[in-house]
Design a protein around this ligand. Structure first.
Ligand code: PAF
Length: 281
């Protein structure tokens, strides 16, 4: 495993692989790696050159968000990548990544303004811009993203489709703790009492899914029952919890065939997001 700290080093190392048309896979992360990230790395083909990027991207954090406290655990991340047999870890500095301040960014369109985008204005503009930059720098054949950030995944797919980007976007299933809580780098900030309540979101999504599977079609009714589930937790505050069309992210009155249940709650200072397909693909 080689650690590459600049775009120039990345370019030098990847050049021979581009020349011989080797298959390259990119796993973009913000570090604080856990089993969820490693499972994304394992989705690559056996002969792929695997590049895992670690970059806490400041442009996707709002002014009152957790950029400074976002966990940075580079040494541990490198150990995990070594153990996993990752070929290159690309961990550039902010100055190196944002060397040009032209102000040109990727506009995520209407799908970037709802749900997470409504609560975190500018977030998806930051995400798509950094993902676009990483795709250009690494020139991978495939890039792997977790389904846990479902809106992010949908937007990245839409960006690549809209901009005719010849890269396959590979989705990795959400990995969960034993009580169902989706793995996330931010879970470490949950206090003990909050951690004990944190699986409430997963359980509400399961309730919603089962309700639809047993025939309920009214999205409003599904929402109310999921909300009642979350209200069993004394501290969880719901930001949104609903069912959407998984391609458009629009909440429709009647549950669509491709419905995805999505939700975000706050427990103390921690935001938790999660989602679930209603029917297996
Ligand atoms: O999901 C993440 O960790 C980040 O949003 C990503 C895709 C690496 C962009 O910074």
């Amino acid at each position: 495993m080689k650690l590459l700290k600049t775009r120039a080093e990345l370019n030098d190392e990847l050049e021979p692989f581009w020349k011989c048309a080797a298959r390259i896979s990119l796993i973009p992360t913000m570090g604080a790696l856990h089993e969820g990230h490693m499972s994304l790395a394992r989705l690559c083909g056996p002969c792929d050159v695997r590049v895992l990027s670690i970059f806490v991207n400041p442009t996707q954090f709002g002014p009152n968000e957790d950029l400074t406290r976002y966990p940075r655990t580079l040494e541990n991340d490198i150990e995990l990548c070594e153990h996993e047999g990752i070929d290159f870890v690309f961990a550039p500095s902010v100055d190196d990544m944002y060397h040009s301040d032209s102000g040109i960014t990727v506009n995520p369109g209407a799908m970037g303004k709802v749900w997470e985008g409504a609560i975190r204005p500018g977030h998806f503009e930051g995400v798509l811009t950094i993902v676009a930059k990483l795709l250009h720098l690494v020139r991978p054949d495939a890039a792997n993203f977790g389904e846990k950030d479902f809106q992010q995944l949908t937007l990245i797919r839409a960006m690549c489709r809209s901009l005719d980007w010849p890269v396959s976007i590979v989705a990795g299933q959400t990995l969960r703790e034993s009580d169902g809580l989706a793995m996330s780098s931010r879970n470490r900030f949950l206090k003990e009492s909050e951690r004990a309540q944190a699986s409430v979101l997963y359980k509400a999504l399961l309730t919603g899914r089962d309700l639809i599977r047993s025939g309920e079609r009214d999205v409003e009714k599904v929402k109310q029952i999921m909300l009642a589930d979350v209200s069993k937790s004394a501290d969880a505050q719901v930001e949104y919890l609903t069912g959407v069309n998984s391609e458009t992210l629009v909440e429709e009155a009647i549950v669509p065939e491709n419905a995805r249940l999505i939700g975000a709650i706050r427990l103390g200072s921690v935001r938790l997001i999660d989602n679930m397909a209603v029917y297996d693909a």
